[in-house]
Design a protein around this ligand. Sequence first.
Ligand code: KMH
Ligand code: ZN
Length: 310
Amino acid sequence: MATKRKVIITSAVTGAIHTPSMSPHLPVTPDEIAEAAIGAARAGAAIVHMHARDPKDGRPSQEPKHFEPILTKLKANTDAVINITTGGSPHMTVEERMLPASTFKPELASLNMGSMNFGLYPMLERFSEFQHEWEREGLEKSRDLVFKNTFADIENILTIGNANGTRFEFECYDISHLNNLAHFHARGLARGPLFVQSVFGLLGGIGGHPEDLMHMRRTADRLLGDNYQWSILGAGKNQMPLATIGAAMGSHVRVGLEDSLWIGPGQLAASNAEQVTRIRTILEALNFDIATPDEAREMLQLKGQNNVGF
Ligand code: KMH
Ligand code: ZN
């Protein structure tokens, strides 16, 4: 009997790109963030990609004390794979950014594969009213900001992750990032199966055109051969169309309010779960199965949720 391909859905729950004033549905407190992730997992996300915020004013935070209540609640209420960010926010130092993943030793952590411009300031044209001054300031400062991910930074994060048995979601925002990943793979520091999250449509990275996706795919095939599992993250309005094209070509998918606040033109998503349900419906209509957390663990060779540090 023919078997259906299993697609891993990742939901990126709160992130650092969007700010609390941009959507009333963006989770901010530890409890809201955990509930949003649990909802996404129940809707079909095998992986939840986690950032934390300071509940005082919703500012992105990499302080372990802000992650701990979220992680504890998630572990008690879902078997989803927990993926902790090492990207944090581009405004933070790499040392700050690494702290939650090195403290909590998750099954999976994100790893950004190159330094880049990270232009969020165009959002100032769409959002003018902010509850907190840090929101406007952060967007404004992104005109003159380098998201720093040098070879030394990447090597550091890989070394810590490898020692803790943490595997990585390799976030590749451009073709050069695939070259960097192939370099670390050849050195034995990035270990397969490589989970390649190709990111489209962020200002500073590759665009969000289907041709960009094709070019990423061809290049990843050429550089990484059979050593990778491919996933698609389209930012903003690219989210659902690129996930659909990618899935039809063999990819896994990532959705979530971190990467887009929207469910349709001019329509805010009411929750992370709503976006997961939308892509799940599309995937099932394409005759794919949705991978369970344990199936994702097997595909990505993860260490298991009993072997984390929380
Ligand atoms: N929102 C993504 C485009 C990270 O957490 O390491 C960036 C991201 C970075 O996910
Ligand atoms: Zn993230």
